[in-house]
Structure formats: structure tokens, C-alpha cells
Design a protein around this ligand. Structure first.
Ligand code: EPZ
Length: 420
């Protein structure tokens, strides 16, 4: 059992290097099994979700190994297995990309239902609707938690997504890449990881246009070849360090990022009283630690990301005045608030709106990470608190943050990992 121990109230100063994007790499690794050849994936973050996918690909029969720090080689040339029903598939959410990838390559797939963070129902109906529109027949066995997909042929078509969905957009793009003819995805999600996945597929020989807009057009190809690709920096990891710097005070340079991806957060932090300076691939956050309250609404990209919502709530807990945070993406993503209250945060939740009364002082607490981003919020609260914080369930945080305690320590935080 591991914990993070934090002695709070230290200003943060210095540089932090951001790793490759979790939500891009978890789509790109499954996409690599669509190639008849070797793929090299660079800027790979060292996180649990990546190790889980690596394990899954090996079990499927691909060669999948680290060939250097942050470089993964995937060779699926001899892959014949489309049956992905092992435990590692059930552990993470992004396993659903195996459906699109295997269906595209083999026109058949058997995939265990994905796991991942729990914030209310997380349906995959739009993914399945897109596969059906492309010609797949689908059996949904919820008793055993297995989805089976089969198509004589996949034929390009027009797909309109009822809700803007990252996962359904990427899954439809994966299957349509190896379909016959042209597919258009309307009301597509526009997140940076969608563009990154499309760029990777195009490097492998796909013909995808419009990723990053709400209409994506895919001209199917017969085969994909291997490619070498560098994952984009993680927007959410970068945002987590930006919020930590804003709350703790200091001067932090968040490096190796795409500042454009941070626009919604940079605007909010400026509103709250921080100085934000942007360069080509970095952002400086300069803060006195005294923040003003604000209103935030989570939205699909380029809106404020839901994956920074818990961290922002922790940040607003000490901002002067009353803040309102409205969660529009997930029906139940405030389950962690009870843990934050242990720090002395004054937060009430009514449906999808959290009202945060800023307090002068937070106090170290003994808490459990309830999911990945909630865990990051508790780290931020701990850094901003008087006294000692102990965070359990660190495995949730390790799913998406590479070496979090080392990166924070280098910025001057008093944080360590302890094993019990
Ligand atoms: C991705 O999840 C991310 N995960 C999530 O990040 C992120 O919170 C989410 O996108 C929104 O940005 C990965 O990329 C692996 P969606 P995804 O489909 O694809 C509804 C993190 O912390 N919906 O965009 O599962 C759904 O209920 C994780 O890194 C349907 O109704 O999210 C939600 O309200 C957590 N039917 C909305 O769409 C469907 O078939 C957006 O979900 C699919 C989704």
C-alpha cells in the first residue's frame, strides 16, 4: 500500500517538463495494431494506463516493448487474435479503442467492457452506433461484460454523433480508416488527442481530413503501414501543474507544452489574479498565491476541460469570494468533494453545480484518491494546506501522472511516497 505524504505551504518555483499526453497515447497504442508493420511511439509517458495497454497488446500477440526511455515499439505484423477479453482490458477505459482498431483490421472483434474512473454512467452507445452504421453486427453481452463485433465488409457512411464524444469520435475514425469508401463524422469532438490520433493514422497511410474541427472526413484505405510518431504533450498534466503553481504561489515554467491547448485555463488563471506568460512551448505561471473567485463551466474542447475540474475546485477552495463550478460533461463528477472537505474546504454541490466559498486557510488531511483527477486535486489541496497531508489510493494518480512526486519536489514541494 502506497501513500503520498505532503507537508504543505511551500511556494513552487522552477521548471517542470510535461510528459506525453495520456489520452492521446491510450488511443495511439491500440491504433498501432492496425498496421502491418512496425510502429515506433516516442514521448511515451511512464504511467500505469500505458503499462496496462502494453500488457494487453502482448496478450493479443503483438510484439510491444520499450526500446528506450519513452519509446515504445509495436509490431503487429503477425497478429491474428481479435479476442481481447483479458483482465487488463477491463482495467482501463481506453480499452474501448480496441473495438475500432480490431474491427478495422480483422472485421471482427471481441472486447471486454472497459473500466476506468467512476463518475456516473459512462455509456458507449455512440461508439456502437457508429460501428453499426459502418456495417458491423454487434452482440452486447452485459452479463459477461463482452462486446462482440463482426462485419462482412465495413462501408464508409455518414455518422452524426448525438453527443460530442471523444471516445466515439476516435473509435469511428479507427474503424472507418480501414472501411471501403468515404465516412464523415459530424458533431465530432475536437480535443487535441483526436488530432494527434488522426495524425498518427495518417502517418500510417490513412486519409483523414478535418480532425480538430467538428466534421471529420475519412477516405478508407486497404492497409496501413508502420510509422514513427511523437505523442503531443499532456494538456491535463500541464494544467494540473499550472493550477498548483497558482494556488501555492511562486514562479513556475511549465515546459514542453502546446500553449494553445491551455487557452481556457490560462484565461481563468489570469481572471483569478495570476500572471501567465506564454512562449513557443512553455507557459510561466507567476502567482502570489492570493486568488480571486470565478465561475467555471466544463465543456468539450476548446472549452474548459472536465479533466481539470477537480484540480480547479481545489484551487478555488482558497480563492477570495464565492466561486461556481458547473460540470456539463459528466453526470456525477463531484464524488471527491467529501474528501476535499477534510482539508477545511467549504463546498456544497447541487446537481451539476459546485459552490465554493473560499477560505483563508486549509489544513492537512488524511484522504483517499477517489479517481485519477480527484487524486490530483487532493495533491493540490495538500500542497496548499498547513500541516501534513496523507493521500491513499495513489495507484489512481499513477494511472495518469508520471513521477508526480519527483516533478513537484523539483519545484520545491515537500512531498514523498511512502510504502506501508
Ligand atoms: C474521454 O473519455 C477521456 N478519456 C476522459 O478523461 C474525459 O473526461 C472525456 O473524454 C471528456 O473529455 C480518455 O480519453 C481515455 P466522452 P470518453 O465519450 O471518451 C457521453 C481522464 O481523467 N457519451 O467524450 O469516455 C458521456 O456520458 C479521463 O483522463 C454518451 O452518451 O468521454 C459524457 O457525458 C476521465 N454515449 C459525454 O458523452 C457514448 O457512447 C462525453 O464523453 C459516449 C459518451
Amino acid at each position: 500500500m502506497e501513500h503520498l505524504l505532503i507537508k504543505g505551504k511551500k511556494a513552487l518555483n522552477g521548471e517542470v517538463m510535461i510528459s506525453g499526453a495520456k489520452n492521446a497515447v491510450v488511443a495511439i497504442i491500440p491504433a498501432a495494431i492496425m498496421a502491418n508493420g512496425v510502429c515506433i511511439i516516442d514521448n511515451l509517458p511512464s504511467i500505469e494506463d500505458v503499462r496496462c495497454l502494453q500488457d494487453t497488446l502482448i496478450k493479443l500477440g503483438a510484439v510491444c516493448e520499450l526500446i528506450g526511455e519513452g519509446t515504445l515499439m509495436v509490431d503487429s505484423s503477425n497478429l491474428t487474435n481479435f479476442n481481447a477479453t483479458f483482465d487488463s482490458v477491463r482495467r482501463i477505459r481506453a480499452s474501448y479503442y480496441l473495438m475500432g482498431a480490431l474491427l478495422g483490421r480483422f472485421k471482427e472483434a471481441k472486447v471486454a467492457l472497459p473500466g476506468g474512473c467512476n463518475f456516473g454512467t459512462r455509456p458507449i452507445d455512440l461508439h456502437l452506433k457508429a460501428f453499426r452504421a459502418l456495417g458491423a453486427e454487434i452482440e452486447e453481452d452485459y452479463e459477461n461484460g463482452i462486446i462482440s463485433l463482426k462485419a462482412e465488409r465495413l462501408i464508409g457512411t455518414d455518422i452524426f454523433l448525438d453527443t460530442v464524444s471523444v471516445g466515439a469520435t476516435i473509435n469511428a475514425m479507427l474503424a472507418a480508416t480501414l472501411a471501403e469508401g468515404v465516412t464523415t463524422i459530424e458533431n465530432a469532438a475536437k480535443e487535441p488527442h483526436i488530432v494527434d490520433t488522426a495524425n498518427f493514422l495518417n502517418m500510417m497511410g490513412a486519409k483523414i481530413k478535418g480532425a480538430g474541427t467538428d466534421v471529420i472526413r475519412i477516405t478508407g484505405v486497404e492497409k496501413l503501414h508502420g510509422a514513427e510518431y511523437m505523442i503531443i504533450p499532456d494538456q491535463i498534466e500541464a494544467g494540473t501543474y499550472m493550477i498548483a503553481a497558482a494556488v501555492c504561489g511562486g514562479n513556475v515554467c511549465v515546459k514542453n507544452i502546446i500553449p494553445k491547448h491551455m487557452d481556457s485555463l490560462s484565461a481563468k488563471l489570469r481572471e483569478m489574479g495570476c500572471v501567465i506568460e506564454e512562449g513557443d512551448d512553455y507557459i510561466n505561471v507567476i502567482s502570489t498565491g492570493k486568488l480571486r473567485a470565478t465561475r467555471v463551466k466544463t465543456m468539450a474542447y476548446p472549452g474548459f476541460p472536465t479533466d481539470l475540474q477537480p484540480q480547479m475546485v481545489a484551487g478555488l477552495a482558497k480563492a477570495e469570494g464565492i466561486s461556481l463550478l458547473t460540470e456539463t460533461v459528466w453526470e456525477n463528477r463531484f464524488q471527491y468533494i467529501d474528501q476535499l472537505k477534510k482539508f477545511g474546504c467549504e463546498i456544497s454541490v447541487d446537481g451539476r453545480v459546485a459552490t465554493i466559498h473560499g477560505v483563508n486557510q486549509l489544513f492537512g488531511a488524511d484522504v483517499m484518491a477517489t479517481d485519477l483527477r480527484a487524486g490530483a486535486a487532493m495533491v493540490i489541496a495538500g500542497l496548499a494546506s498547513n500541516g501534513i497531508t496523507k493521500i491513499g489510493n495513489v495507484r489512481f494518480i499513477d494511472r495518469g501522472y508520471e513521477k508526480i512526486e519527483y516533478k513537484l519536489k523539483a519545484l520545491g514541494a515537500d512531498i514523498c511516497r511512502v510504502k506501508e
